[in-house]
Design a protein around this ligand. Structure first.
Ligand SMILES: Cc1cc2nc3c(=O)[nH]c(=O)nc-3n(C[C@H](O)[C@H](O)[C@H](O)COP(=O)(O)O)c2cc1C
Length: 158
């Protein structure tokens, strides 16, 4: 199975989830590539499965404005993210499963839900996956979340 993991991450937590998922998938024999959303291409056809992850900003996907706000709080700037990548995607029948990070106890919106909705609106086959919890805006991931990511990876076999 060839898996492409496309990820946006301002403080590194969503990236850590992507790495944990990729590591587990590789252990199970998959060929996995992890790419930043800012540099991911518009074609999905080379992959059997695409995983798309982003941090939750304002109950949904990050925008230029919310990214600037993250940078004000010490995050690394990114030139674009998952929202823009989805906006430029070519039509494909490759299934996409979304994931996100969010702060525990906040409202119910999440980047994984928003990304799945946006992908479906563009005609792609998308499913909302799982959200992983961070302790605060900059992280860290709460205890056990990296293990939960590895476990989640085992449910993704096609
Ligand atoms: C501008 C901004 C808005 C945010 N809004 C939300 C939110 O609506 N819900 C939530 O659970 N977390 C929110 N957060 C916290 C992020 O989800 C958290 O920074 C992110 O999960 C960290 O992931 P990263 O290290 O990959 O950037 C927000 C963070 C920022 C910077």
């Amino acid at each position: 199975m060839r898996v492409l993991v496309v990820v946006e991450s301002l403080f590194g937590n969503t990236h850590a989830i992507a790495r944990a998922v990729a590591e587990r998938l590789r252990e199970d024999g998959a060929e996995v590539e992890v790419v930043d959303a800012a540099s991911a291409g518009p074609r999905l056809d080379g992959a059997d499965l695409v995983l798309a992850g982003a941090p939750t900003h304002n109950l949904g996907l990050p925008t230029d404005r919310s990214r600037a706000s993250a940078v004000d709080r010490g995050a690394q700037p990114v030139s674009s993210g998952l929202r823009e990548w989805i906006g430029a995607l070519e039509a494909s029948s490759t299934p996409v499963v979304t994931f996100a990070t969010k702060v525990e106890g906040r409202f119910s919106g999440s980047a994984s839900k928003a990304a799945a909705k946006l992908l479906r609106r563009r005609g792609l086959s998308a499913q909302q996956g799982t959200d992983f919890v961070v302790a605060g805006t900059a992280g860290p991931l709460t205890e056990g979340e990296t293990d939960r990511a590895r476990e989640w990876a085992t449910t993704l076999h096609t």
